[in-house]
Every structure is written in structure tokens, then in C-alpha cells.
Ligand binder design. Structure first.
Ligand SMILES: Nc1ncnc2c1ncn2[C@@H]1O[C@H](COP(=O)(O)OP(=O)(O)O)[C@@H](O)[C@H]1O
Ligand SMILES: [Mg+2]
Length: 294
């Protein structure tokens, strides 16, 4: 296994915060520069000096897990970890930082909200890249990402997608709330802790929702935010109505309804399968998407 570089704090320059503090993960992400002037991302696991023991013990396992998984899951569509920094500044203050390559376009979530419509070629490139990373991770039977969502995929300048946010250890103390946007994309058996036979099934669920999100700009959280109801079933009802299939909307203009029907059927199978083992394989979804691309 490759050695991971340990960055002295003095070699990291913090340029600005990306997004807010995530109360669920306890992390803040910064844009920064290394000693050679290269732009980097710095993910900080916040340890609060006034609640040192509580926050240190809450964050350290997630920090260690993220480093370990990023090291083992190296792939062109997994964010590259350049190193880490953990320093004890004073007896009561520790810095836990992971240094990552910088993805200049930001998250899929940001890109979908910032554009009217992503070109089909970009949508396909993103889904193929994410699918490839997941299939790589799933080669190990006990491994899965578990938190795939539009904010946990970031895009390079040429729209190459990179998976981020690998600290998916079991946090027993966590109570998920509907305000946590990622939460809507996470498989139900993770949320209600009913378990699953194969961890890859969890990612199949999220991959289907990510695909729906990229194709239609609709996701379960949007229905919630729009206040249509409290997120209970509104998105599922919408998905079942097949509106997008009938109108052949949001796809490449030469796509026929029939071809889109195949994609939609596979996606619905992943979302609605009672048994997680019945969810569509990621490769199957990608093949059906490629058939739309002419
Ligand atoms: N390497 C990166 N390049 C650019 N932006 C990033 C990078 N890593 C994270 N971000 C931004 O920070 C956000 C939070 O990062 P993430 O690792 O998912 O932390 P959290 O545990 O808080 O969800 C992402 O949604 C993305 O907008
Ligand atoms: Mg995240």
C-alpha cells in the first residue's frame, strides 16, 4: 500500500471555505494551496476546543475511515487523496485535515442547480464515471460507498466525475433529519438500519436516484423543499406516473420513448424493489443509457 504524505500544517494555505459547516459529518471543506502553489481541497474534521473530548472522539474514527478507504479505493473516478495532516496544536486542540485534489467545477448538486440543462454528453460521462468507480469499489464484497448523492460527486474541468466523502462508518449516535440533503439518496435499509445482504445494493439504489436527478433535475429532496408534502411519497408518486417517459423529455432529441422506457424501468426497479437484491445492476443501467446516446 502506498505511503500517504503527512503535510505539516505550515505547508497548507487556506484560501476560502466551500459551502457551510456540515453538522452531520462535523466537517468543513476549504479551497487551499500547497507549498508549491497547487490548488487543493482541504477537508477539515472539526474538533472544538470547548468540547474537545466529545468532538475528538466523534470525528477521529470518521477521519481514519476516510483516509483508509480513499487509500484502498484508488481509481480515476475516486478523488485523489494527496495526504493528510493531524497535528496537536496545544494539548487541547487537534487538527484533522485530509488533503485532496481540487475538483474545480464543484459538486454535481451545484452544477445541476447552476445550469438549465447539462449537455447529454456530460450527463453520460458523469454516470459512466461514477458507475465505473462503484464497480471498482464493489469488487471487494464488503465494500460500498453508502453515501452516493449529488453532493458527494465532484466534477473536474472536463466534467470527469470523482466520488468524494468516504467516511461512511456506522454512526450510532446519528439521528438523520430530512434537512440532510444526502439523506434522500441513501437506501432505506441504511436509514432504518434493517441491514442488507450485499453492501453493493445500497449503492445501486443511490445510483438510480442520481441518474433520475441528472436526467430530469428532479430528486426526492426537491419535492420536499418545494413543500409539496413532507417528502412522504411525493417523489415516488411522481416517478411512478412516468411523465418523463411519455413526454420523452430531457433526453437526447433522437431518443425514442421506447428506449427511454427501458432506462426508466431499470431505474424504477432499483428504487421500488422490496428486496434490495432485485435492484438493477449498475452496468445494466449504464448500457441502457448508452443506447440513448447516438
Ligand atoms: N476535492 C474537492 N474539490 C472541490 N470541492 C470539494 C472537494 N471535496 C469536497 N468538496 C465540496 O465540499 C462539499 C462537502 O464535501 P464532503 O466530502 O462531501 O463533506 P461532508 O462530509 O461535509 O458532506 C462537497 O459537496 C463539495 O461541494
Ligand atoms: Mg458529503
Amino acid at each position: 500500500m502506498n505511503e500517504i504524505k503527512h503535510f505539516p500544517l505550515s505547508e497548507l494555505c487556506f484560501c476560502g471555505q466551500i459551502g457551510g459547516f456540515n453538522a452531520i459529518s462535523g466537517c468543513t471543506v476549504f479551497k487551499g494551496k500547497d507549498d508549491d502553489g497547487h490548488t487543493i481541497a482541504i477537508k477539515q474534521f472539526n474538533v472544538l476546543s470547548n468540547q474537545y473530548y466529545k468532538t475528538y472522539h466523534a470525528r477521529k474514527p470518521a477521519f481514519d475511515t476516510e483516509i483508509d478507504l480513499l487509500r484502498r479505493c484508488r481509481h480515476p473516478n475516486v478523488i485523489e487523496m494527496l495526504g493528510y495532516c493531524d497535528v496537536n496544536l496545544r494539548d487541547n486542540e487537534e487538527k484533522l485535515l485530509i488533503v485532496l485534489e481540487w475538483a474545480e467545477r464543484g459538486s454535481v448538486w451545484f452544477n445541476v442547480n447552476a445550469h438549465d440543462r447539462l449537455p447529454w454528453a456530460h450527463v453520460l460521462k458523469i454516470l459512466k464515471g461514477v458507475g465505473s468507480a462503484l464497480e471498482h469499489i464493489h469488487q471487494h464484497p464488503n465494500r460500498a460507498h453508502r453515501r452516493l448523492s449529488p453532493s458527494n460527486v465532484v466534477l473536474m474541468r472536463d466534467f470527469t466525475p470523482k466520488l468524494i466523502d468516504f467516511n461512511q462508518f456506522e454512526r450510532d449516535e446519528t439521528t438523520y433529519t430530512r434537512e440532510d440533503q444526502d439523506q434522500f439518496f441513501i437506501a432505506p435499509e441504511i436509514v432504518d438500519r434493517s441491514g442488507t445482504t450485499c453492501p453493493a445494493n445500497v449503492d445501486r439504489y443511490s445510483f438510480a436516484l442520481l441518474t433520475v436527478f441528472l436526467l430530469t433535475h428532479e430528486g426526492p429532496d426537491r419535492q420536499y423543499k418545494a413543500g409539496k408534502n413532507q417528502g412522504n411519497g411525493a417523489f415516488e408518486d411522481w416517478l411512478l406516473q412516468n411523465k418523463y417517459v411519455e413526454e420523452g423529455k430531457n433526453c437526447h432529441s433522437s431518443t425514442t420513448t421506447e428506449e427511454f422506457q427501458t432506462v426508466w424501468h431499470l431505474l424504477k426497479r432499483s428504487v421500488f424493489a422490496v428486496d434490495p437484491n432485485d435492484r438493477s445492476a449498475i452496468g445494466e443501467v449504464i448500457d441502457s443509457l448508452q443506447a440513448l446516446d447516438r
